[in-house]
Design a protein around this ligand. Sequence first.
Ligand code: FAD
Length: 374
Amino acid sequence: MQETNVLIIGAGPSGSIVASYLNQQGFNVTSVEKMKFPRFVIGESLLPTYMDLLDEANLLDAVKAANFQEKFEAKFINGDKTCDFNFEEQYTPGWTWTWQVPREDFYKILAKTVASRGVDVQFETTVEAVNFIDDHVVTSVTSASGSAQIKSRFIIDSSGYGRVLPRLLDLDAPSDFPSRSAFFTHFCDTQRPNNIDGNRIQVVVLKQDVWVWIIPFSNGNTSFGVVGDLSFLDETKTNEENLRNLIESNEFLKERIGTVEFTFDPKMISGYSTSVKRFFGDKFVLTGNSTEFLDPVFSSGVTLALESGLLAAKLVARQLNGARVDWDQKLVAYIKRGVDTFRLYVSGWYHGKLQTIFFADEIHPEIKKEFVQF
Ligand code: FAD
């Protein structure tokens, strides 16, 4: 049976930051990832707080070298009203820029970097079962070469929507958000404006609870998706027809996107908001989306995945080095504070209050600054 200090489920952003940190601390780390990379993932807009987290885990230079589209601001559009948030006008001093990333490239860079430093990353390997036995954990995995067991001192679940430990240990809890959907594609951005709007993320309000993202990449493609209550889509039409009709129905989208070529048939994800009863237990902890995911509207997912991953990794290192860890105080309370802040923003957005502030004729600069604190 293979033995390792720490087994990590999933090589997404959360699993990669955990792996990088624990490897730097001298632990023997194994990461098992169900998929083969590169592979498509949606959600390409990052937040500046993310930069410090990557830096601390010694991953920032590897991502910098990829020359992703730099992101300095975000623009919100509602009819003829607009609202720009520039990361330089922020409440808490810190990084004033980040990136817009095709996620398949981003995942590959993170996983490749941690593997090059000695983390044993096993792709196309799926966790099937976990047994907690005395002072260790035995995890059963399957891959093309058959079934195997891995013995570890600790297991970290960074499996995102795979929700491996929530499923196996009955930790799943319903989200307090209604089930919303996202419908999206990438397009070949042949009519990208030759000005600041050509490169920045734009969020376009279609109805109070339906909005669109436009996220340009440095590779010439752009991500485009619509989110919210999408029951208005016509089931008798193809995905492509539905998305093209949506573009045609809005003057701004018609002009910005027109009839460009989609790089893949539009996809739909529904009911992505999740929650969990517990974040940790004896010899295990959950990080990133395997705990809670709210909504894409403020691009918080990857940042929370990194923040919870790095913090959990630090606490695991302490515990494995013999210290007593107060997981409730040091992990759960801290992460819940961050998630609850975003929760307030997300509900304020869908209830319309935040949109009233964003699209007011004038926003007090100090209030506006408080929205730019991530
Ligand atoms: P993941 O990225 O899901 O990684 C988990 C990994 O675990 C995967 O690689 C998976 O293959 C692997 N895995 C799963 N099951 C198993 C198993 N049994 N065994 C082994 N491996 C397994 N966030 C942003 O920051 N910005 C955005 O613009 C954004 N937009 C979004 C748009 C939509 C429509 C949605 C639904 C989400 C969006 N998000 C966005 C959220 C973001 O994608 C997630 O929060 C983020 O990917 C979470 O990272 P993670 O590492 O926790 O999980």
